[in-house]
Ligand binder design. Structure first.
Ligand code: FRU
Length: 602
């Protein structure tokens, strides 16, 4: 009897709890009212975590403001709300207002647009991958647009990578610093958007440092980020430099009250890279200022003194100078060290659109001097390698770089939608001497080798006519590495192509006469989404008698590292199914593939 009573009481309490809970979780409601001049208001009662916005990539941008208590919260966002069709959804966070009433003010879209019936409230946003082209072992944003890598630093075993992110669409806009972390450089976790637009504008590219000496006074070990504030929205050509600091290892940032910290009346004044200059015990900032790179110094990260500019009559000037870096590297086989100034340029790259050039020389904490002023040096000989910068505080004195694996010529129309933009694999940088001059050596960071899951060895074979390896991998999801060493015996061209069963072909060869490595992606798969996409890219090679190659293929890209990183070529490809065979051909003479290994990655 007593037991029954307890049970009854329990059931009654549970009922009470359920009804209380359902009262608290009252049904959300969303109603739309249209006004004149393409303006509308959405009234939301009992808000859920997200308002899901339907996007049509080719629709014009619309301004959207969140209104709470009759006030605009934040700067508003721009989104390409659906006019005729829904390409995908993006989440607009209402999490700060869950269970409360808010309004959304939408400006610039008629009442006849398709979006009005499609906008919805939700507690979750589905980020499961929907893209067959999404790389397996390269970093990509979970959703939305991505361009330059930003603010990378390494601390406590974790690699932090921020990136130019549009969380409200897969086209450029609303630039924020998306944040991803990794401990192995292969698996990345999206940590959310760490720095988002404010009254000074969108958050363009920049860098972060770890202030172990507390020079700025934000705290010992504070992570201090430097970025370009760019307004007005949506274009951002009025540019100043701002700073934000993080006391939780780069997860969240507090913007510095005194922003902007650096202003100029120069056009294209952006992308600050900050680092500690040990000999002078001060901070250095290098940033783009028109067709030059400007160098500043500081003791406290807040006040900056102009020191010098580099660039007049140096290197390529076929486009805007952006995203600089300045790093010190040992020269292989010597006790010498040299400084390398990385200068990303768009357009003006060797194959159209963007590319990364570099200069090797000296730096005294104030001024960089280029020691080979006559030659333009390229970090990568493909079409899809840009905005390359390095990690601050990389472990073991390493210098590690990552680039955006795309080109401004066609990034907005790539045949992917859930996300747009991927990064290269991480590369370790060094310097080697050839013919009296110094060049960058870029090798895949060795961490990638830990991600190999299967290995196939192909015995040495001679190529005199044409031959084919029919099946590279039994189970091929398009993510693998091929390692080859080739000895030439009089061939004028050593041809090898990656093929799939649809007849799509990525054509590559060494041209022994021209001393070049060549890649032609015009028949590599879907290549007609932009007239600038089909391309032949060419890298100079110093010795075509014996060559070493590592090809990293990952669903929609290939990165070729030749001769232990003496040249690199990075290109995107969009084959309808993975390349799973390889054909070899020799033009005149023959060559021998001395060793060949295929590794499945992940
Ligand atoms: C380079 C760049 C940077 C700028 C950013 C804006 O790709 O133009 O100079 O900070 O993109 O997204």
């Amino acid at each position: 009897m007593k037991n029954n009573l307890i049970l009854l009481l329990r059931t009654a309490c549970a009922g009470l709890f359920i009804s209380l809970a359902s009262a608290m979780q009252a049904e959300p409601s969303l109603s739309v009212r249209h006004l004149v001049n393409e303006q509308s208001i959405i009234r939301i009662e009992n808000a859920r975590k997200y308002l899901l916005l339907p996007i049509q990539d080719n629709a014009p941008e619309v301004k959207i403001y969140l209104i709470a208590g009759n006030r605009r919260m934040g700067e508003g966002i721009n989104a390409r709300l659906s006019r005729e069709r829904v390409d995908y959804y993006v989440p607009f966070s209402l999490s700060a207002y869950e269970g409360k009433d808010v309004a959304i003010d939408i400006q610039g879209i008629p009442s006849s647009a398709a979006c009005w019936k499609k906008i919805k409230l939700a507690d979750t946003f589905d980020t499961a991958n929907r893209e067959a082209f999404r790389p397996v072992y390269h970093h990509t944003p979970v959703y939305g647009w991505m361009n330059d890598p930003n603010g990378m630093f390494y601390k406590d075993g974790v690699y932090h990578l921020y990136f130019q992110h549009n969380p409200y669409g897969s086209t450029w806009g609303n630039l924020s610093w998306g944040h991803s972390t990794s401990t192995d450089l292969v698996n990345w976790t999206f940590e959310g958007d760490a720095i988002t637009p404010d009254a000074w504008g969108m958050i363009f590219s920049g860098s972060s440092v770890v202030d172990y000496g507390n020079t700025a006074g934000f705290g010992e070990g504070a992570v201090v980020a430097f970025y370009t504030s760019a307004k007005p929205s949506p274009w951002g050509d009025v540019q100043t430099q701002s700073m934000a600091y993080s006391l939780d290892n780069g997860r969240t940032f507090i913007k510095y009250e005194g922003n902007p910290i650096l202003t100029s009346d120069k056009r294209d004044f952006r992308d600050p890279k900050v680092f500690w200059y040990e000999p002078g015990k001060h901070w250095v900032m290098i940033l783009a200022g028109g067709q030059e790179m400007d160098i500043y110094s500081s003791g406290n990260l807040k006040e900056w003194k102009y020191e010098s500019s580099f660039g007049a009559k140096q290197g390529a000037h076929g486009g805007v100078w952006e995203c600089p870096d300045l790093i010190e590297l040992p020269v292989e086989g010597t006790d010498e060290k040299k400084w390398v100034l990385i200068c990303n340029i768009n357009p003006g790259g060797p194959f159209g659109g963007n590319a990364a050039q570099y200069f090797v020389g000296t730096f005294n904490g104030k001024k960089f001097v280029n020691e080979s002023p006559t030659q333009t040096k390229w970090m990568d000989w493909g079409k899809d390698h840009y905005a390359t910068v390095t990690w601050n505080n990389a472990p073991d004195g390493r210098c590690m770089a990552i680039g955006w694996m795309s080109n401004w010529q066609y990034q907005a129309v790539l045949p992917i939608m859930q996300y747009r933009g991927s990064n290269t694999i991480v590369r370790d940088l060094g310097l080697y001497r050839k013919d009296g001059d110094l060049f960058l050596r870029c090798v895949p960071s060795p961490e990638i080798e830990a991600a190999r899951t299967a290995e196939i060895t192909i015995p040495s074979f001679k190529v005199s006519d044409a031959c084919t390896i029919e099946k590279l991998l039994d189970e091929n999801d398009g993510a693998y590495e091929i390692e080859m060493e080739i000895k030439n015996a009089g061939a004028s061209k050593m041809v090898f192509s990656l093929l799939n069963e649809k007849g799509e072909k990525l054509y590559m060869y060494y041209d022994a006469m021209q001393e070049q490595f060549v890649m032609d992606r015009s028949e590599s798969g879907n290549a007609d989404f932009s007239a600038s996409f089909p391309a032949v890219t060419v890298a100079p090679v110093s010795d075509v008698g014996y060559v070493k190659l590592r090809l990293f293929v990952d669903r929609s890209s290939i990165e070729v590292f030749g001769d232990d990183g003496e040249f690199v070529m990075t290109n995107q490809v969009f084959p309808s199914v993975p390349y799973n065979s390889m054909s070899f051909e020799s033009i005149r003479g023959h060559y021998t593939v001395k060793s060949m290994k295929i590794y499945k990655i992940k």
